[in-house]
Each structure stands twice: as structure tokens, then as C-alpha cells.
Design a protein around this ligand. Sequence first.
Ligand SMILES: Cc1cc2nc3c(=O)[nH]c(=O)nc-3n(C[C@H](O)[C@H](O)[C@H](O)COP(=O)(O)OP(=O)(O)OC[C@H]3O[C@@H](n4cnc5c(N)ncnc54)[C@H](O)[C@@H]3O)c2cc1C
Length: 380
Amino acid sequence: MNATGKDRLWDKEVDVIVVGFGAAGGISAITAHDAGAKVLLIEKMPHPGGISILSGGGVAFAHNAAGAFQYLKRTCNGTTADDILRTMAEEMVGMIDWVTELAKVSGTEPTKTETRGHGTYPFPGTNDIDSIKLKDFQAYADFPWAKGLRGGARLFKVVWDNVHQRKIEVMLSTPAKELITSPDGEIIGLAAEHDGKSLRIKARKGVILACGGYENDDAMKLQYFEAQPVYPVYLGNTGDGVKMAQKAGAGLWHMWHFHGGYGFSTRLLGEWVREKQIMSLENAVRRLTFDSASALGLYDRGLLRPGMAADIVIFDPETVKPMPESIVHDFPANGWRVKEPAAGIIATIVNGQVLLEDGKHTGALPGKVLRNTYYHAHNA
Ligand SMILES: Cc1cc2nc3c(=O)[nH]c(=O)nc-3n(C[C@H](O)[C@H](O)[C@H](O)COP(=O)(O)OP(=O)(O)OC[C@H]3O[C@@H](n4cnc5c(N)ncnc54)[C@H](O)[C@@H]3O)c2cc1C
């Protein structure tokens, strides 16, 4: 859409429009506001939070910029320009102070216990990278619609409180549809929808697209992900920002990257099958077993039949559900992981031996490293 003569006048005018009220959108709105801009934050769904509110809420920071730059350069592996990585590394050094300041508005602070101590990968500079979470302050009570990891709700509550404290205008149930450009291609506004009506909003200084990824758009997943299938964690993310930016001439990077969900199996069986009834129990079980094993190239698992490995989970469909997660440091070198126990799982049998019964480890260690058919074909 362009702003030539026939188009009607603007319905609204601000300095900066931020599209998407997840963590990226909320933080962008706060930053633009604090730099003196009049900001409008629009969100397509009836609730804010995006996938951010469901996440672990770990905030990465750096002990020193030089090490962080080295680490980021290795993880990006040549896909991102050095000046961008250097700016990011420098900003990561000030991250804790900034989060501490924002967290005061919600009456909380970063915790000293839930830190990781290093980056995710053992690359050069990993010890200069770290990650913190906010102290638990029951933030999720304010967000009954969000049933994810609780760290994300803590972080999002701080973002939400800061947006409201600054009186930044927020419009929910307002999907952005298209960027509006001037005849010479400059982005000057946005077309959106609200209450069934179209809305033309002028942006004097810019439009920030913080619309998340495309985990709920099947055609994009097929096109950009090598791994299939990838199931959505959050339904609002249908790649709208990518499509709008592409239409305005933007290039694409990092389209292959996604972060999977935790507690997927128990949440699928408890919430999506039992409570919301979006699919049959049989279909869900097939997704968790045969579909997953086949996608990974493990052809002797995923079905109960003669000749297959006896890997069996016995659960109660009436009670199965994920329990609150915690961080445990039980990996080598004190490495951490998220532990999310389950309720309603009666027994877990691996290779024909009972491994867990009523949540307790029997002492058996029947597991072994599995290699898929690709590995066997290339390492015969
Ligand atoms: C289980 C899990 C745990 C994770 N843990 C961590 C962690 O500990 N630390 C970490 O750094 N990262 C973590 N991640 C990754 C992190 O959550 C995401 O990278 C981050 O939340 C993305 O934020 P966002 O604001 O870009 O997207 P989102 O939070 O998804 O926000 C995008 C918003 O845009 C809205 N939107 C979409 N289209 C439109 C449109 N057309 N108009 C208006 N609004 C629109 C969506 O509805 C949504 O609200 C985790 C991810 C998962 C799945």
C-alpha cells in the first residue's frame, strides 16, 4: 500500500508504532518512549505476552564485551556483521543494571541463585556470557491465560508494568496488516484492523516489527526449517512481520532458528487433549511416539509391536499434567537444566525394564545412546 493521492487520511498519528506485545515489542516501546517518542503498541491477540510470557525468562548478559563478542561471532558463524555483534556484546554488559532498574517497578530484582554461569555452547568466550532470571514473585497470577514456564511470566510482568507505568498506549486485538510506504519506498505508517474496521496509522519516526516468528504458519515452516514437523508453542506467531518486511524489500536472516517447548508431552496430553480437546488421545500419542521417532529416523521405536524396542510410558489420561519447573545443576561442571516433573505418569519402561515407577527411579539404567538410520548408513 502506498500513500498516493487516492488513499484516505490517517486515522491516528504517533512517532513510533511497535507491532507485537511480546518481550521484544514491550522493550522496544519502553526504549522508544524513554528516548522521547510518542509510542503506540499494537497486539493482534486479545492478550499480550506472545511466546515470551511462556518462556524460561532467562536474560543473557555479559561479564565483558570482548569475550561476549568472540562467543557471539562463533555462534552466528559468519551470518551476522561484526558491528552488529559488537554493539550487542557491549549492550549485554549493561544488561543486569538495566533489568534491575526495570524490575524495581514490579518490586522484584534479579535472583542470584538462578544463574547459569556460562553460555549455552562450549565456544570461546562462553565463560564471559551468563544468564539471570528474576526472583519468583508470583507474577503468573496476573496472567491466567499463559500456561508456560514461570520465569517468562516473571520477566513479562516487569515489561508489562513498565509499559503501563509510562502510560504507553496499547491496542489489543489489533492485527497489523501491511506497512504503508511513500511513493519513494519510505515506510511512513501501518495498516491494521481493530473491531472489524481497518485503521491507517501514521508513524512519524518509524515502525518496529516485533511480531515473533512463524511457528504457526505451515507454509513458512515447510520452506525455512530443515527439521519437520515443528509444532507451534504460541498460536499468534504466523510470520506476519516477516511477510510485511519482505514485501517492503527486507532481506531474511536466521530463518532456520527455533526454540522448542518444555513439558511438551505432558502439556499436550493434559491441556490440549483432556482440557481443550483439540485432538484425540490416539492422535496425540501417535505424534509423541511414531511421528517423532520417524522424524528422527529411529525406525525400531514408536510402535508397540513384535521386533520393536519395549519403550513404554504408562500414564493416566485423567490426571497427566506437567508440574512446576525448577532449575537443577546436575550436569558436568555444575551445568544447569530446567527440570519439569510430571503428574499422572505411572511407569516408564525402557528396553523392557522399569526405569521410573510413581516418579521414583528404580535404580535400573537400561538406556543407551540411539543412532538413527542416517548415522548407521554413513558409519557402517
Ligand atoms: C519454552 C521456551 C523457553 C524459552 N526460554 C528462554 C529463555 O530463558 N531466555 C531467552 O532469552 N529466550 C528463551 N526462549 C526464546 C524466547 O522466548 C523468544 O526468543 C522470545 O520470547 C521472542 O520474543 P518476541 O517478543 O520476539 O516474540 P513473542 O513474545 O512471540 O511476541 C510476538 C508478538 O507479536 C504478536 N503478533 C504477531 N503478528 C502480529 C500482527 N500481525 N499484528 C500485531 N501483533 C502481532 C504475537 O501475537 C505476539 O504477541 C524460550 C522459548 C521457549 C519456547
